[in-house]
Each structure stands twice: as C-alpha cells, then as structure tokens.
Write a protein that binds this ligand. Structure first.
Ligand SMILES: *Cc1c(COP(=O)(O)O)cnc(C)c1O
Length: 364
C-alpha cells in the first residue's frame, strides 16, 4: 500500500520550460520562451521597486489597483476581470471548477501543453482536435463535442505554431457549441497581432455567457518573472473562480508593476513595432536559407528542418546551443523536426540566422 494520486495525474508529462544553459564563456541569447527582448517598461520596474517597501503587509486580495488599470485601458468593467498568478493559474482554475473526473475538454492538435496538463490533473479527458496546416480547424473541434464536453481551449494566436483563427471563425466555433460549454480564448499574444480580421474576443465575452478570454503580462509586457495574468469573463464565471482561487494569489509587487505596465501604452507600441519589423526580417532570412517557416502573427516562428541526416532540428538545436543561441524543441507539440524561435533583439536575431546559415552550409 502507498499513497496514490487521483487517476490522470500520472499520465501527465511534466511541462518542460525553455532551456537557458549554454557552454561557459559563450554569450547567452535565450530565444526559447517567447520572452520580450525589450525588458519591462521602466514605469513597471519603478512601481515594483516601490512595492518592495511594505513586504510585511498582505497584498490586496482583490488586486483592485490592477483590475482598475486593466478596465480603464481596455474599456471594460472591473467586475468582469479576474487576475491570476500568471494566466496558467486561470487556466487551471477553469479546469478545477468546471471539470469532474471523466468529463472531456477539447484542445487543438498543436495547442499549448498547459491545457492537457490541467485537464488531466482533474482526472478529465483531453480530446484532441486535428489541425489543418498547423491551424485550428473549427469543424474538427465541433465534431468532437459530446455530452461530456465542458471546456474548449483555443490559443489564438496559437503557441508554438504562431497561426491564428480569424474572428469570424471564432464566432462560428462559438455558435456551434452548446451553451453549457465554456469557450476559453487564450490570447497571450494578442498585442502582437497585426491583422484586420483578428480579435482577441472581448466582444464575444460581452455578448455570451459561455466565453472567457485570458491574457498575460508575461509576453509583450516583459513581466514573466512576476506571474501576472487576467481573465475577462461573465460575472457568473468570475464569481465561481473567485471562490476557489488563493485569497492572495497575486503579490503586491505584481499588482503594482502590472498596473503601471498596462498604462504605459508607448512601451507596448515600441514592442509591437520592434516585433513587426524583426518578425518579417527573420522569416525572410530563414526562407532565404531554404527553411520552411509556418506563417506567424506572434513574437516567435516555427522553423521546419530538412529530413537529411545531420541537418535535422535536433542537430540544429545542438549546433545553436554550442554557440549560445537557445531555441525551443517542440517534439512534445507534435513537431519533432522543427524549432520555435522567439523574435529577439537585433543582435540575437542576426546571430541566430548567421548561425543557422553556417549550420546548413557545413559539409556532412
Ligand atoms: C506564454 C503563454 C501563456 C502565458 O502564461 P503565463 O502563465 O501568463 O506566464 C499562456 N498561453 C499561451 C499559449 C502562452 O504561450
């Protein structure tokens, strides 16, 4: 006899974060976790530093200052906002509150791995909807809805593919779902998208009772270390998650820094401009090297490697790491022969492309 976890937990493959170790003496360029090369807004860092005096006081359990800032900037009601210790916590809370053992939740074939982990952690069943050309297929999702389906997770844009679903397709997906199923729109990269037919989903949340949108401060705001996410949802769903979350799930430093960060719109604009410029440049250079790149609207690209011995993703990864460039292996996402590269600083982007050029031109 020994203690046994509930069924499902031991089926979880632990989440493996992006690597960050290179050989001693080699300069590290971490392009493996979709972090911003621009750091955080100076206003956010200053607010965080100020919050460091007063560490003996519990944080505001409602994170009111942060909710007010989010509501103001996005034109939302604070009552519809719930903040989380990273958006990962909110994804977990949705599973905790809406999935019982044996229930089903749908995610897409190359969808973010956190979904399947959180679904299994409830003893529920992750149901995988195949994608078409590494892009969400609405009909494939709708075809997998059963009486046991409680949640549908959609990362839009998706990580690690960088592809997105136009808003009219998101609407079509929502229309096809039973009203009892929650559609979770994970818009972690929404700020980066420059497409007229894209929307993160605010409108749909406002109109429907079964749609939630999650956002994060970990990507464009450069605050990954502080763990800040938020959700825009119908009040009924906010009130459910509010009962279950830790009463002080955001710390005071995170609350202060997040509120300052979201108000610094000039900072966000600069980050978008940087990404738009270097995303286009990086894709152009990689394609010129003969590599296939999945079209991306995020701050990262999925790069596919040749099938020949010595030129595969695994070999490229070793070659790049030796020289200080850390990209992300994406085998766990169903891409054994691709790497995901975050758009970094000019120096990192140029260096990674030059290193890949050297890798591909070597005699084997
Ligand atoms: C990075 C990322 C998140 C953000 O997670 P946090 O917990 O807020 O850091 C959420 N969803 C996707 C698809 C991501 O890539």
């Amino acid at each position: 006899m020994r203690p046994e976890p509930i069924s499902g937990i031991l089926d979880i493959e632990p989440y493996v974060p992006g690597k960050s170790k290179v050989p001693a003496g080699v300069k590290l360029h971490k392009l493996s976790s979709n972090e911003t090369p621009l750091g955080a807004s100076a206003k956010a860092s200053e607010a965080a530093a100020r919050a460091l005096s007063g560490l003996e006081i519990y944080p505001d359990g409602q994170a009111s200052e942060l909710k007010a800032a989010i509501a103001e900037v996005h034109g939302l009601r604070a009552e519809n906002i719930l903040c989380g210790n990273g958006s990962d916590e909110l994804l977990g809370l949705l599973c905790q509150c809406y999935l019982a053992p044996g229930d089903e939740a749908i995610h897409t074939e190359h969808g973010f791995l956190v979904y399947a982990i959180q679904i299994r952690a409830r003893g529920a069943v992750p149901v995988v909807a195949p994608e078409t050309n590494a892009t969400t297929d609405v009909d494939a999702i709708l075809a997998r809805v059963t009486e046991r389906t409680k949640l549908v997770f959609l990362a839009n844009p998706n990580n690690p593919t960088g592809t997105y679903l136009p808003f009219d397709e998101v609407r079509r997906l929502h229309k096809g779902l039973p009203r009892s199923v929650i559609l979770v729109l994970d818009a972690a990269y929404a700020e980066y998208v420059r497409r007229n037919d894209y929307a993160a989903g605010l409108e749909l949340v406002t109109e429907a009772e079964n749609v939630v949108m999650t956002r994060t401060f970990s990507k464009i705001y450069g605050l990954a270390a502080l763990r800040i996410g938020w959700m825009y949802a119908p009040e009924a769903i906010v009130s459910v998650l509010d009962r279950v979350r830790g009463p002080f799930n955001l710390n005071s430093v995170a609350i202060a820094a997040g509120a300052a960060a979201i108000r610094d719109r000039a900072f966000v604009e600069r980050a978008v401009d940087h990404n738009t410029q270097w995303l286009a440049w990086t894709v152009g250079e990689l394609e010129a090297l003969g590599l296939r790149v999945t079209p991306s609207v995020g701050n990262f690209v999925l790069v596919h490697f040749p099938e020949d011995e010595g030129r595969r993703a695994e070999d490229a990864d070793a070659f790049l790491t030796e020289r200080g460039y850390i990209l992300r292996r994406v085998t766990g996402y169903g891409f054994p022969n691709a790497l995901r590269m975050t758009i970094g600083s000019e120096e990192a982007n140029r260096g990674a492309v030059d290193t890949l050029r050297e890798f591909l031109s070597m005699d084997r």
